[in-house]
Design a protein around this ligand. Structure first.
Ligand code: SF4
Ligand code: SF4
Length: 330
């Protein structure tokens, strides 16, 4: 059984006042050297990412315990405002993730050229995360199209790797096209930013990143999601999270999940108008499986689209951690 530490918002004490205690309890002092503070700093027009106010406090706590942190994330596969490192720096700064405010550098981990370290046939870890000495993973717990749930496992799997490895995970989300239903309206080609649809409306698979934009525009129903997509994607998330955590040249990790502003979609999306759950608090553990299991249990499995636990069970099966946990309130 793994310990999962918990700040309960219902107790009425602001989260910010308990963050350092939470980190002390979970063992932030065991993180040493250069510490990658793995975040998602929010896509342009997203408002629900974990705020710099909290990150500043986490940076302060890490430094108080002798660590030398930097805030980090990787560039996206899709072409929006975090597609290149330069795009991402502009977006991060606009969202308040300024080194002068945070008290530490902000470094886009795959660098200017999306550079990584190949650790197996499929997985390339972003360079600066590989070159760190420890990692503190800060995740915003959300629903997620198309993997049902996004927490620590997804943050590590999708967020610590280069575009090539993101593509490997997302290839199971590529649309399926039924040519008999296609009306040749061309809507799909107009919306696809990857230029992944031919003039005859067949998909160019090696270009498709499985973003799903064309499906939303296909009024005839010719384009559909693959039926077993969620399960396949969640299994790949667990597979890649396992490859990352087992192949980094260090094994000091802490996972912190924020269960606030719990949206149906992840922070790559524009903020949704409604939440799927009221605010709950913050969880922290050294066990990535336990922290995500506790997160899903506290939010309520039934509030997600599909089964959010597939990735947790798979990560457990691969040996990343335990599904049984004990909640320790701080
Ligand atoms: S899912 Fe559709 S819109 Fe997205 S990259 Fe693939 S073909 Fe283009
Ligand atoms: S949007 Fe759908 S119906 Fe229109 S061309 Fe593309 S696949 Fe065919």
């Amino acid at each position: 059984m793994s310990e999962v530490y918990f700040i309960d918002v219902k107790k009425g004490v602001p989260i910010i006042e308990k963050l350092e205690t939470l980190l002390e309890k979970v063992g932030v002092g065991s993180l040493n050297g250069i510490i990658a503070l793995k975040m998602h700093m929010g896509e342009c027009n997203n408002k629900t990412f974990v705020k710099p106010l909290y990150v500043q406090k986490i940076v302060e706590a890490v430094k108080n315990h002798g660590g030398d942190p930097f805030v980090t994330d990787t560039t996206t596969m899709y072409k929006e405002e975090r597609y290149t490192a330069m795009d991402y720096y502009r977006t991060a700064y606009a969202h308040g993730f300024l080194p002068s405010y945070l008290g530490c550098p902000v470094i886009i981990a795959d660098g200017l050229k999306d550079e990584g370290v190949q650790v197996n046939e499929k997985v390339e870890i972003a360079r600066s995360i590989y070159d760190s000495d420890s990692m503190l993973v800060v995740s915003h717990a959300t629903g997620h199209y198309p993997s049902s749930f996004g927490g620590a496992i997804k943050n590590v799997a999708m967020g610590c790797v280069t575009k090539k490895t993101k593509m490997y995970q997302h290839e199971v989300t590529r649309p399926v096209r039924n040519p008999d239903l296609c009306t040749d309206c061309d809507n799909c080609r107009a919306v696809c930013k990857q230029d992944a649809i031919r003039e005859d409306h067949e998909l160019i698979l090696e270009r498709c990143i499985g973003c799903g934009s064309c499906i939303s525009e296909c009024e005839s129903g010719a384009l559909k999601l693959p039926e077993d997509m969620s399960e396949k994607l969640q299994n790949r998330l667990a597979e890649v999270a396992h490859a990352v955590l087992k192949n980094l040249p260090y094994s000091n990790f802490v996972f912190v999940n924020f269960l606030i502003d719990i949206t149906p979609f992840c922070d790559c999306a524009e903020s949704a108008p409604e939440y799927i759950s009221p605010d709950i608090g913050v969880l922290a553990s050294k066990d990535i499986v336990a922290v995500d299991m506790a997160t899903i249990d506290m939010i309520g499995k039934h509030l997600f689209k599909g089964d959010p636990t597939v990735q947790v069970h798979e990560a457990h099966r691969l040996g990343l951690g335990m599904r049984e946990y004990e909640i320790v309130r701080v």
